[in-house]
Design a protein around this ligand. Structure first.
Ligand SMILES: CC(C)(COP(=O)(O)OP(=O)(O)OC[C@H]1O[C@@H](n2cnc3c(N)ncnc32)[C@H](O)[C@@H]1OP(=O)(O)O)[C@@H](O)C(=O)NCCC(=O)NCCS
Length: 175
C-alpha cells in the first residue's frame, strides 16, 4: 500500500478557481473570509481571529504527526476577482481498501450560492483520482442541504453509515 504521506498538495486549476496549497500567510485574508459565525452552524466552533487562524494554518502546514496520515489543505481563489473565498481539505490515511481521503469544504458567506464549493470539490476529487486514493468520504449533517449538494456535485453518494450525528457520503475512485 502506498503511504498516504507520499502525496502532497499541488495547485489545482478549475474553470473559475485556483486551489492553492494553504500557507500560514493566507491567515489574515482568510480570517475575514471566514468571519461569519453562521459558517459554524453545522460544523461547530466559531470564527478564528487572524492570529489564531495563523497558528492553526502553521499546525496544518507542519503536517500530521502520524506519518501514515497526510493533511492536504487548499485555499480557494476566485481567479477573476483575485480574492480568496474559502478552503477545501483532504485527509489521506491508509484503510483496508487502499488509501482513503476524507474531504470537507467551506466557502465564505459573501461568495456562497455561486457554485464555488461545488466546482472546488469537483476539482479536488478529480485530482484525487490521479493519486493512490481509492475511496473518498465526507461527513455531512443531515439538515445541511447545501453541503449535500456539494458532495453530489463531486460524485459522492449518501450511505447509511453515521458518525457523530453526521451521515457518511462515499465515492469509489479508480480500479
Ligand atoms: C456548504 C458550503 C461550502 C456551500 O458553499 P457554496 O459555494 O454556496 O456552494 P455552491 O454554490 O457550490 O452550491 C452547492 C449547492 O448547494 C445549493 N445550495 C446553496 N445554498 C443552499 C441552501 N441554503 N439551501 C439549500 N441548498 C443550497 C446550491 O443550489 C447548489 O446546488 P446545485 O449544485 O444542485 O445547484 C457553504 O454553505 C459553507 O461553507 N457552509 C459552512 C461550512 C460547512 O458547513 N461546510 C461543510 C462541511 S462538510
Amino acid at each position: 500500500m502506498t503511504p498516504a504521506r507520499a502525496v502532497t498538495a499541488p495547485a489545482i486549476a478549475t474553470a473559475r478557481l485556483d486551489l492553492l496549497p494553504l500557507r500560514a500567510g493566507h491567515a489574515e485574508e482568510m480570517a475575514a473570509v471566514l468571519s461569519d459565525p453562521a459558517l459554524h452552524t453545522y460544523i461547530g466552533g466559531s470564527p478564528d481571529t487572524p492570529r489564531a487562524l495563523r497558528s492553526r494554518y502553521e499546525r496544518l502546514t507542519a503536517g500530521s504527526p502520524d506519518p501514515a496520515v497526510s493533511w492536504l489543505n487548499w485555499v480557494i481563489r476566485l481567479r477573476d476577482e483575485a480574492c480568496l473565498t474559502g478552503t477545501v481539505q483532504a485527509t489521506l490515511a491508509p484503510s483496508g481498501r487502499g488509501t482513503l481521503a476524507e474531504v470537507a469544504w467551506v466557502v465564505g458567506t459573501p461568495w456562497q450560492g455561486r457554485g464555488i464549493a461545488g466546482e472546488a470539490a469537483r476539482g479536488l476529487v478529480e485530482w484525487l483520482g490521479g493519486t493512490p486514493v481509492r475511496t473518498v468520504v465526507a461527513h455531512i449533517h443531515p439538515a445541511h442541504r447545501a453541503s449535500a449538494a456539494v458532495a453530489t456535485a463531486a460524485g459522492l453518494t449518501p450511505t447509511d453509515d453515521w458518525h457523530e450525528g453526521e451521515r457518511r457520503w462515499h465515492r469509489s475512485l479508480g480500479g
